[in-house]
Every structure is written in structure tokens, then in C-alpha cells.
Ligand binder design. Structure first.
Ligand code: ATP
Ligand code: MG
Length: 497
């Protein structure tokens, strides 16, 4: 199909065309072509093709450019339009900002102005996809750039290798977007490259995905929080100190000695151990300072009361994580945030350890309500933050990626959020959150940031590593209808075990 010409570059009153802006007049009628703010246009030139976005659209009519003339005519009882062919002199002018130039050497920055008189075209889908860094096929299809009817297919590696964040107010469509992303990941055939997926479902809203009638039923496994058991023998003293941050560094060292001894003895006999075994060992130890001993035993009993610590791990993470499979940890039945954080901390610690040893496939960890799990708060209130920050910093090397979802980005760990190189931003209203997003999102400019408050449900801006330029996407409809992603009240935060 021939490329569609829509306008001609004109000399603007604002010293344009210049390398960062040009104006053009729409040469098609409004019936023929609806020019909108945010659209992409293309201008061929000697060095290649310049791609630009329409930053503003306005109408002009020279018959109405003199206020005194308009007033004089209109007060005489006649309208200007009834005397002159004024409607024929109405023009649509667009301001456009060049994003770059596609040359034989690749995409480059535009350093020269376009020429007045040049023709402006609408880019073909494939040109736009290439320029924006989207895949034509085999990508993660989140929806469309509506104005151009172009699918937003993100390259899996670019999207998930360096972590991502989905940020928006409640009800904007974050969970819905996650379910679209999961559909895409679950539908990938082996040859396109698959990853294992782990989802922490705080509200139990993804349970439907695992229903028998769901097309992904066979690829999903759901574990309720109450069924989860930590393998006590898999935990080092440092992990215990994260669960009970009051444990001092001296006590952690003492505990470490006890655990090493126990681990060695039990492994020889092919046995595991529980917290009671650690307590017995502590009681029998004569070298350890009495006060440390009592304090440690006290902490350990508190941990045992959570009933999370067992002799063996359930589920066995090494066995359940497979490429193309989604494991959901349903935390909805637990009201204690501390217990939920402990579960997240344990599972992430184990996943990261297994990944470093190459025992599980590359894994994406999707975390709803991330501000609850990696808040910028005291460590006692943020048990799962250290491991989330570790994965945020080092996970990329081991193909362990995070997708952090939150309606309060300002409360999240800046370390974790700053490592999320792709941001999917949906409607945000809070000025503090907006300001925070502006500072923490790679490649977001003021103009894009200003549009975020006006986004509708299911509309998003994607910025960062997954795309070459910020992209507005209308998230596609889900293929499955089994998920219940109705807006839920944030579950009560209760920090007592
Ligand atoms: N792309 C979309 N297409 C159609 N409906 C959508 C889309 N995105 C969201 N919705 C609808 O909007 C409502 C809110 O979406 P969702 O539950 O995903 O919001 P949320 O951002 O996760 O909110 P919360 O922060 O409260 O969890 C849901 O009823 C959902 O069905
Ligand atoms: Mg949600």
C-alpha cells in the first residue's frame, strides 16, 4: 500500500522548522484524516526518514485572525462566514517533535531542520515498529498504539531481562495488564523462548487462571499460603536474622556456628532438621553466652509459632519451576503482613539461590502490592525488602527478573524501583507519586508525564528499556475471562504474627 501523505511543512512563527520542532499544515480534509496529538509522522529526507510525534494540533483561519475585524463584522448583525468563504480558509496546523532519523547506519539524532515544503506522511506499521523497538511477531503483545493500529509487541528479553514495574492508582488496570502479560507468556511455544513465572497473589484474584476451564490450566499451579513450608535446613543464620531483625550480629554469629554443626551432622546422615532441633542444640551448647542463648531461643520459638518452618520445603521450588509454567502463591488468606513478607522473603531467597546454581530455569517474579513487600521502611517492617533489592541489583546476571506492581510507588524502595528499567505507567493522580515516577523512570519527559493523569482505564505509557521511545498503549482485552480482577480494597495491614 502506498504511503499516505497528510501534510506539508510550513514556516512557523516560532523559528521552526528547527532540529527539535517543525509545523505542518494538514493537506487532507478532516473527513479524510483525523489528525490527533500523540500520532507519529514521517518526513523523508536525503539522509533517511525523520520520525516525529505530533505534540499539538490547532486550527487557524485568517478571516478570524484580526479581533477588531471579527468584532466589527459580527456587531453589524452579519456573521463573517455569511459574507466571506471563511470555512475554506480554516486549516489544521500541527506541531511535531522529531524523535530521530532512520538512516542506513541505524537510528540517529536529528541535528538539522527539515525543509519547508516537504511532505509529511503517516508511517507504515513496520517502520513504526522498527523505530519504537517493537517486535513484529513473537513479542509480548500488550495491546495497540490505537491511533496507528500497531500492535505493541515487546521483545521478551528487553522487557524482562532488566526488571519492570507497573505503576498506577487503584482501578487503573494494573492486574488486568498483568493477566494479559501472563496470557502472552503462557501461550509462548518453546521455540520462541519461555521462562518460568512466579506470582505473589495478594488478593487471591488470579485463582481463576488455574480453573479447569482455563486454557492455561495445565500450566498453572497454585499454592495457598497455609500450605507453604520453609525447609529450615535451607536457612542460614543471616536469614533467621532477617526474619527477626532484633537478633544482633553477635547472636547471628553464634547461631551460625550451631547451624553449621547441625547441618554437617544431619547431612551426613541424610537427615534434615527443624527449629526444635536448633533449640535443643543451643540448649546443649556450653560455650555460648547465657543471655545470647536465651534471646536466641526466644526468637526461635517466636518463629516456630508461625508454623512456617518445617523439616522439608513445600512446595519443592526446584521441582515446580519450569519454562512456560506459572506458579501462583496465594497469600490472600493471611492477614499478617509479617507472615506474608516472610513467605515472599523465603521463596525469593530460594529462587535466587537455585538460579545462581543453575538449578531452575530463568524466572520472572511478579509481585502485586510491591509497596507492601519492599517498602522504604524500617527493616522490622520490611522483611522481604533485602532479597527484593538483591534480586533488583543482581538478578539480571542470573536471569531472575522482577515485575513490581504498585499503586503507591512513592512508598517503594528506591533501590528496587530504580533497577526496574521498563515502566508501564497507567493512570496516576497523586502529585508525589507522579513526581517520583518522573524522577525514577528512564527516558520519560515532562510532556509524557503530563499525560499520565489523563489516561483512562486500560491505557498505559511504556517507557524504558523495552522500547526506544515512550509508547502509549491501549491494553488489549484478555483472552481468558476466568480471572477476577475486580478492584479490591487494600487488605488490612496487620503486622502481628
Ligand atoms: N485493558 C482493559 N480492558 C478492559 N477492562 C479493563 C482493562 N484494564 C482494566 N479493566 C477493568 O478495570 C477494572 C480495574 O482493573 P484492575 O483490577 O486491573 O485495576 P488495578 O490497577 O489492578 O487496581 P488495584 O490497585 O485496586 O488492584 C477491572 O474491572 C478490569 O476488568
Ligand atoms: Mg490490582
Amino acid at each position: 500500500m502506498a504511503r499516505k501523505s497528510i501534510g506539508t511543512i510550513i514556516v512557523g512563527e516560532d523559528n521552526s522548522p528547527n532540529p527539535s520542532e517543525f509545523n505542518f499544515v494538514l493537506t487532507k480534509s478532516e473527513e479524510e484524516f483525523q489528525l490527533e496529538k500523540g500520532m507519529y509522522v514521517i518526513v523523508p529526507c536525503d539522509d533517511g526518514e525523520i520520525i516525529a510525534t505530533v505534540s499539538d494540533v490547532y486550527k487557524t483561519n485568517r478571516y478570524f485572525s484580526s479581533p477588531s475585524a471579527v468584532r466589527a463584522y459580527e456587531t453589524s448583525g452579519k456573521t463573517l462566514a455569511s459574507i466571506f468563504p471563511a470555512d475554506r480558509w480554516e486549516h489544521i496546523i500541527a506541531k511535531a517533535k522529531p524523535l530521530g532519523i532512520i538512516t542506513d547506519l541505524g537510528i540517529q539524532r536529528l541535528l538539522f531542520p527539515v525543509s519547508p515544503g516537504e511532505t509529511v506522511f503517516i508511517p507504515e506499521s513496520k517502520v513504526l515498529q522498527k523505530f519504537l523497538g517493537l517486535e513484529k511477531t513473537n513479542g509480548i503483545n500488550l495491546g495497540k498504539i490505537e491511533q496507528h493500529d500497531v500492535e505493541v509487541q515487546l521483545n521478551l528479553t528487553r522487557f524482562l531481562q532488566k526488571h519492570a514495574a507497573i505503576l498506577a492508582i487503584s482501578g487503573a488496570g494494573k492486574s488486568y495488564t498483568v493477566s494479559v502479560m501472563l496470557e502472552e507468556l503462557l501461550s509462548r511455544p518453546k521455540k520462541q523462548g519461555r521462562i518460568a513465572m512466579v506470582l505473589f497473589d495478594v488478593h487471591g484474584e488470579y485463582k481463576g487462571l488455574g480453573d479447569e476451564e482455563s486454557p492455561f490450566y495445565k500450566h498453572i499451579e497454585i499454592f495457598p499460603a497455609a500450605a507453604i513450608q520453609f525447609g529450615t535446613h535451607a536457612l542460614r543464620a543471616r536469614q533467621f536474622a532477617i526474619f527477626e531483625p532484633q537478633i544482633t550480629s553477635v547472636q547471628t554469629r553464634e547461631l551460625s556456628k550451631i547451624l553449621n554443626k547441625l547441618f554437617e551432622e544431619k547431612t551426613k546422615k541424610n537427615e534434615t532438621y527443624t527449629i526444635s532441633d536448633i533449640v535443643k542444640e543451643l540448649e546443649a551448647d556450653e560455650h555460648i553466652n547465657q543471655r545470647s542463648k536465651e534471646a536466641l531461643i526466644g526468637w526461635l520459638y517466636t518463629l516456630e509459632e508461625t508454623r512456617l518452618f518445617g523439616a522439608s520445603e513445600y512446595p519443592v521450588l526446584e521441582k515446580i519451576l519450569e519454562p512456560g509454567k506459572l506458579v501462583i502463591f496465594d497469600l490472600s488468606e493471611f492477614t499478617s503482613l509479617k507472615l506474608k513478607q516472610m513467605i515472599v522473603s523465603y521463596i525469593l531467597y530460594r529462587i535466587f539461590d537455585y538460579r545462581k546454581k543453575g538449578k531452575i530455569p530463568p524466572t520472572a517474579i511478579i509481585m502485586e502490592e510491591s509497596h507492601q513487600f519492599c517498602p522504604e521502611a524500617r527493616l522490622e517492617l520490611a522483611i522481604s525488602r533485602p532479597i527484593i533489592e538483591t534480586i533488583a541489583r543482581e538478578g539480571r546476571k542470573f536471569f531472575t527478573s522482577l515485575v513490581l506492581i504498585s499503586q503507591r510507588p512513592v512508598k517503594m524502595s528506591t533501590t528496587a524501583l530504580s533497577q526496574c528499567n521498563t515502566h508501564i505507567i497507567m493512570k496516576v493522580l497523586n502529585p508525589y507519586d507522579l513526581d517520583f515516577i518522573g524522577r525514577s523512570s528512564e527516558g520519560i519527559d515532562r510532556a509524557t508525564l503530563n499525560t499520565i493523569t489523563g489516561l483512562g482505564v486500560g491505557e498505559a505509557v511504556i517507557v524504558g528499556n523495552a522500547v526506544n521511545h515512550p509508547i502509549f498503549v491501549k491494553v488489549r482485552k484478555r483472552k481468558t475471562t476466568t480471572m477476577d480482577t475486580q478492584t479490591l480494597e487494600e487488605s488490612a495491614i496487620n503486622f502481628d504474627t
